[in-house]
Design a protein around this ligand. Structure first.
Ligand SMILES: [Zn+2]
Length: 415
């Protein structure tokens, strides 16, 4: 497609749409509070559909509220190429997480219209419902209902803190569609997203091509020792749950560092009981999560943590329990889609690196039913899920340009 090498999105227009739609749920501190299926979400959705209608593209909504905007291609026998992400945010979310992937997709469609470019396969922009899981748990709801991982009925019965169900909220904002989620097929799906981590910014590289997503293992844990008097119990006769936990936490750090950078391990919560200054701690309840892009190494991290728990229990006369409450296998994205993104980045003249996503995304969820990959752009200080979340207009435009050329590569252009 050499004749399209110079094709670029309108970066200023993309930036204005990001700023304009940030008003739907905009917060005083410059962030967005746009909880899934809220009135603010409805406004953003209505705005998106209005843009599609104005342009003359087809729109559809499925029974979990996922929005599909289709720009027809010349060859109806080919499966559409999809781009998409999510318009919902965390309660104190930023202007880019999810939103960029949807609005960059809109900008891609607008650019194709501007230049009168006809693709072979149709191009479909998708807004996935409730990626964040902030109002209705769990997240990735629209994409996991699409793949069949979560039955639509189960999803629609989930309730928020006010007892309103997803099904009721969908009806209230007018997005309970007729079409069954998962009935559509796509030739590929690409999600553009901010990195939500510090790597691209630190290396001053505008584009990350995501070829895999880390698997995850979540544990609830408990150290049981023995409560006793802080003044009368000699040091060598203690069964201190807190010091045992401290030793265990340092072991977890050692295990995770040995797997860096592909593996990470985090103890995010620890409650010490009974919580008295002059009682030796009798228990510590904690959470532990491991993430790794390689399933075998993830299993090895778990085995190492279990060995450490046994060893420390024996050494210190305590009992450390680990209960695995949730797991997700690593996902490898489609090599052809990854290659198309690399080709697109080269065509646009951007430096890029291949990366692994440490976070969950709609693209990670749908990768099991369609060829999928992701594009990352840098975000300031790697901060996300925060009103201070920030990305530059240049990087947003760079991501949208790589999205444009990836989609053209996969959909094919009629000349
Ligand atoms: Zn997101």
């Amino acid at each position: 497609m050499p004749e399209f090498s110079d094709l670029r999105v309108n970066g200023d227009r993309l930036w204005s749409t990001l700023m304009e739609t940030a008003a739907f749920g905009g917060t005083r501190n410059g962030g967005i509070c746009r909880l899934a299926l809220s009135e603010e979400d409805r406004m953003a959705r209505d705005w998106l559909i209005a843009q599609a209608k104005k342009a003359g593209w087809q729109t559809a909504v499925d029974d979990i509220g996922n929005i599909y905007i289709l720009r027809s291609g010349r060859d109806p026998s080919r499966l559409p190429v999809a781009m998409g992400s999510h318009l919902d945010t965390q309660p104190t979310g930023g202007k880019f997480d999810g939103v960029l992937g949807v609005l960059a997709g809109l900008e891609v469609l607008r650019t194709l219209d501007d230049k009168g470019i006809e693709t072979q396969a149709s191009i479909c922009l998708i807004n996935w419902t409730n990626e964040e899981g902030a109002r209705f748990a769990p997240g990735l709801m629209g994409s996991e209902v699409f793949t069949g991982d979560m039955p639509s009925e189960t999803a629609r019965s989930r309730k928020d803190n006010n007892g309103i169900s997803v099904g009721e909220a969908l009806k209230a904002i007018g997005y309970a569609g007729e079409e069954k989620a998962g009935d559509r097929r796509f030739g590929a799906m690409i999600e553009l997203h901010i990195e939500q981590g510090p790597i691209l910014e630190a290396r001053n590289i505008p584009i990350g091509i995501v070829e895999a997503a880390k698997g995850q293992l979540w544990f609830d844990g408990c150290v049981r020792g023995r409560e006793s008097h802080a003044g009368t119990t000699p040091m060598d006769l203690r069964h201190d749950a807190l010091t045992a936990f401290a030793a265990f936490a340092l072991e977890i750090e050692r295990i995770a560092r040995a797997e860096a950078p592909a593996g990470v391990g985090t103890i995010g919560v620890a409650h010490v009981g009974p919580g008295s200054r002059n009682t030796i701690p009798g228990n510590v309840r904690f959470t532990l999560e491991f993430r790794h892009s390689d399933a075998e190494r993830l299993a090895a991290m778990r085995a190492a943590a279990e060995t450490a728990a046994q060893q420390i229990s024996a050494d210190r006369g305590v009992h450390i329990e680990l209960d695995c409450i949730w797991q997700k296998a690593p996902v490898t994205f489609d090599p052809n889609v990854v290659a198309a993104i690399a080709k697109a980045a080269e065509r646009c003249g951007f430096d890029f690196i291949h990366m692994t996503s440490g976070a969950g995304h709609d693209a990670v969820a749908v990768a099991k039913v369609m060829p999928t990959a992701m594009i990352f752009i840098p975000c300031k200080d790697g901060i996300s899920h925060n009103e201070a979340e920030s990305a530059t207009p240049q990087d947003c435009a760079a991501g949208a340009n790589v999205l444009l050329h990836s989609v053209l590569e996969l959909a094919g252009v009629s000349v």
